[in-house]
Design a protein around this ligand. Structure first.
Ligand code: SF4
Length: 472
């Protein structure tokens, strides 16, 4: 029988990549703790290390491969150490003893088992296959449903006031540069009732801010429809898309204490007026939208298989700013994608000058195996030129970010306090998703404020954050 004192059952999870993976790791923690494991922080204290991996870029995968020598070393001193991999790098749940193995298990002797996140419910069985004497408590994760739908496993929330809730998995968009549709599969939405149940549970435990997660949140619910209905839906004027209806339902939790709802990411093709109206009118919606553009050149967007134009994107920005005055907007940009000329890149720079995004998450393009770009295009922008373009965007971002932050000087923002920093400062995020710091009298006062939403008068704006004083 497994007990919490059992020395073999200590785990740590190392998570890489997007918020999806962080949210999945919370469910992995539930399964492990139900099996008798206890969490530890450091790898050298653990008998099970789980890597929750990302494969959006080759670099992200290389980071995990690069950790294998360390695993080999740790295994020399801890013979009972098991190494597991999950997340986007895994194709087939298996162990070193399985007949049909995932390529990771085949090629990495340090790895004892890998599991697709969809197979999370059978993780204890895989652990036992890898190490039959483990004293695991084999408890059924709910009912048979969890075998088909791992979302039914309740996450072990890291925070009691902030949570991520996945609303859909996978992606049907097949952008030429992206591996996600191949690693996470086709888009599948969770039933609304299941999402609401999870949100209700979180709010009942004191959660104040929920972030709804999906590769394309605004196509939420499309997987419920057949092909004919999908076509009809895209032609239907007016009406509310499923995602708006979900936002309205989650908003009702404000009566039980929910204060903020964020979501990421929408796709510019699917963002409809009713979503923008919902952000403008629903109490729990925050004035911040992350709207990935990727490029300001129509020719590039076409090559990237992003089915919208620069003009459509600008139209959306105009609508957002009209209906939600002062709304903060951020984006994603790739510089140096296959065939991007200097003129095409300049169109992105011009778009930046026009939209003046609050934040840009940008990176030089790097070819990813198995994507459409890998099969059909040439990575023909030199590394030096990619670097130059990266610096152009970066310099502009420094300038525009400060300009956007300056607008808050002298104003009061409401900050959800996330942490107390050494040096007498509290830190959290404002409604507009601005990182904000303010001094407190003592560590005790600072720690007491964690999880609360407090008004802060902004005194000074910096490029990447605001500072101010707590308003009494
Ligand atoms: S929308 Fe494009 S970039 Fe986003 S996950 Fe889908 S394929 Fe990848």
């Amino acid at each position: 029988m497994a007990t919490s004192q059992h020395c073999e059952l200590k785990y740590t999870i190392k998570t890489y990549g997007c918020q999806f993976n962080y949210s999945d790791s919370e469910r992995v923690a539930t399964v492990l703790e139900n099996a008798g494991y206890k969490p530890v922080k450091r790898e050298n204290e653990a008998n099970l290390i789980v890597f929750n991996t990302c494969s959006i870029k080759q670099k992200a995968e290389d980071r995990v491969y690069g950790l294998m020598p360390l695993m080999k070393e740790l295994k020399k001193t801890n013979k009972k150490l098991l190494v597991a991999i999950t997340g986007c790098m895994v194709r087939k749940s298996s162990t070193q003893k399985s007949i049909e193995k995932d390529p990771l298990v085949e090629t990495l002797p340090e790895v004892d088992l890998v599991f697709r996140i969809e197979d999370l419910a059978i993780l204890p069985n895989l652990l036992l296959e890898a190490s039959p004497k483990l004293p695991l408590e084999l408890r059924k994760e709910g009912d048979g449903d969890t075998l088909r739908n791992y979302f039914k496993i309740n996450p072990k929330s890291v925070s009691n006031f902030q949570s991520f809730v996945p609303i859909a998995r996978g992606c049907d968009k097949f952008c030429a540069f992206c591996i996600v549709p191949y690693t996470r599969g086709r888009e599948r939405s969770r039933p609304m009732s299941e999402i609401l149940k999870e949100c209700e549970l979180l709010v009942s435990k004191g959660c104040k801010e929920i972030t709804l997660l999906g590769q394309n949140v605004d196509s939420y619910g499309l997987s419920f429809l057949d092909r004919e209905e999908k076509r009809f839906r895209s032609l239907k004027p007016g009406g509310k898309i499923y995602f708006t209806r979900l936002l309205e339902e989650v908003d009702k939790l404000k009566f039980r204490g929910l204060k903020r709802v964020r979501w990421t990411s929408p796709h510019p093709r699917d963002l409809t007026d009713d979503v923008i109206d919902a952000v403008a009118h629903l109490k729990t919606q925050m004035p911040y939208i992350h709207l990935p553009v990727q490029s300001g050149s129509n020719a590039m967007l076409k090559k990237m298989n992003r089915p919208y134009t620069r003009e459509r994107y600008l139209e959306l920005i105009k609508k957002i700013r009209k209906k939600i005055p002062g709304c903060a907007i951020s984006t994603d940009i790739i510089v140096g994608f296959c065939g991007e000329t200097k003129d095409m890149f300049n169109e992105t720079v011009e778009l930046f000058k026009e939209v003046r995004w609050d934040m840009i998450y940008f990176s030089p393009y790097s070819m990813r195996k198995f994507t459409a770009a890998h099969r059909t295009m040439k990575d023909d922008v030199s590394p030096e030129e990619k670097r130059r373009r990266w610096h152009v965007i970066n310099n502009l971002l420094h300038e525009i970010s400060l300009e956007n932050h300056k607008k808050f000087e002298g104003k009061t923002v409401n900050v959800l306090v996330e942490k107390y920093l050494k040096g007498g400062l509290c830190e959290g995020y404002s409604e507009h998703y601005k990182r904000t710091q303010f001094p407190v009298k003592s560590a005790a006062e600072g720690k007491k404020l964690i999880g609360q939403i407090v008004p802060v008068k902004v005194k000074k704006a910096f490029k990447w954050n605001l500072t101010g004083e707590l308003k009494k």
